[in-house]
Design a protein around this ligand. Structure first.
Ligand code: HEC
Length: 119
């Protein structure tokens, strides 16, 4: 009888230990989820990068606040005139006196998305 009771208690202890282990794994998963949540900051980084790229490669012509100057159109409201795709097209292929290929690939896409939001 006592032995059976001990076995039950021991068994319950094992169960608890097993549950504890399970929770640890769950916590690990939470950590993984936190890393996934890091996607949001990553997106912010992308737009911060876009801003950085624009300030290093575009403001010489388009103005320090993208307000435009002379023959260079303002970009601070370009999203109200052009779609993201059209902006990307200008960035990649150029247009008139606007040189194409200043930024390419993902950077060009990030810049286009960032500018398309400026209305
Ligand atoms: C050498 C000067 C110069 C630089 C540098 C430059 N642009 Fe331009 N950009 C122009 C000119 C000039 C135009 C007007 C083109 C035209 O007349 O069709 C223009 C037009 C544009 C347009 C279309 C605006 C509209 O209202 O239709 C976009 C979008 C644009 N530029 C984005 C950029 C981005 C993004 C960068 C940086 C990667 C950049 N430009 C760098 C000269 C420049």
């Amino acid at each position: 009888m006592n032995k059976k009771l001990l076995a039950v208690i021991f068994g319950a202890g094992l169960m608890l230990a097993a549950c504890g282990g399970g929770n640890d794994e769950a916590n690990d998963n939470d950590t993984a989820t936190d890393t996934d949540t890091g996607t949001a900051p990553t997106t912010e980084n992308a737009s911060a990068d876009a801003e950085k790229i624009v300030s290093s490669k575009c403001i010489s012509c388009h103005g320090g606040n993208l307000e435009g100057q002379g023959n260079f159109p303002a970009l601070n409201d370009v999203g109200s005139r052009l779609s993201e795709d059209e902006i990307l097209n200008v960035i990649e292929n150029g247009r008139g006196a606007m040189p194409g290929g200043l930024v390419t690939g993902e950077e060009a896409q990030a810049v286009a998305a960032w500018l398309a939001a400026k209305k």
